[in-house]
Design a protein around this ligand. Sequence first.
Ligand SMILES: Cc1ncc(COP(=O)(O)O)c(C=O)c1O
Length: 390
Amino acid sequence: MVFDYTKLVRPNILNLEPYRCARDDFKEGILLDANENTHGPSIADLSTSEDDLQLNRYPDPHQLELKQQICNIRNQETTIQGDKIDVENLCLGVGSDESIDALMRCFLTPAKDKLLICPPTYGMYGICATINDIEIVKCPLNLENFQIQPEDILKVVQNDPTIKLLYLTSPGNPTGQLIDFTLVETILNEWEGGIVILDEAYIDFSPVGSSRSTFVNKYPNLIVLQTLSKAFGLAGIRLGITFASKPIAALLNALKYPYNISNLTSNIALRATLPENVQEMRNKCETICKERTIVIDSLTKLPNVGRVIGGLDANFILLQFLDNNGKPSNEVAKKLYTTLATENKVVIRYRGSELGCEGCLRISVGTKEENKILIEKISEVLPQVTKPSA
Ligand SMILES: Cc1ncc(COP(=O)(O)O)c(C=O)c1O
């Protein structure tokens, strides 16, 4: 198979001359090149550490130190020789939501090209596609095990050359199921007309070494997305990472807004990706996974609770609720969801309308105290919402 990314990129992006600033060439001295406010921020009580961030200055467009620390994390995990990545494989974004959108703008011509998703999956792929006027084609997951079905996917993409991107989520949302990478490889080895995007937002809740971010040099038709929003506990700073072959990463870096990563974000991200804090992240993930077991054990003992229908590879569970005949019930799930939120101040997510998720609620694992209250409230509310009406 010969994969040629230049055939997939939109011509206007392939020929894009990226924005350049004087500071790409000169970084030191009296900096009067960018129309910044040299008198500083107008905040009277700025702390010393905030002042150190030089918030009156535009951020570094390249973030090489941060990219190197992220590469170090993934390179250390990989057990496969030859699959090392470096800073030129990375592009950083405002959360992975920005990366999801950037990939569409890079490869898909509005009102012409299409993308493929495998429901049930993360909703933003569809929303971004609609915003970009891109048609969505669907090829469902295997609803027994929430794995992808490569033969079906290949049939679909090979019959339609306008499908240029496939968005997969591993571990899945809302499924919580890690995708078997050998299935993804079947597609990577066969499909030269498009790119597989593997969204690994929840990857650090899976066993260490599960990420395939270091495979982007081996498979130039693979792009991996990650985020600091989940395992790193930093949804508020908005930092997403795209791993791609070097030519594709260069295009994405040319396409992004030059100052998309703020000084505040990079300061925190630089600290979060230091080895000692990565270890702290792993410890927290372990605690979350233990709490997940407690939540599952307690909830699945209750009447009208079915089974966890997804995998156990993320920081949430997809739990099925049943009617009094033991059948998965959207009515029960919806009533429980609403009553918990409106009368008990416990907010979880109704997912019953998603393909293969009949009667399901998606529950994020909370702190010990939050989980205790969650379990108490569900135990209390569930009998009310399943009581046969007189
Ligand atoms: C599968 C998946 N991808 C991406 C995201 C977005 O992450 P970010 O906060 O980095 O934009 C989410 C958030 O819920 C998600 O579930």
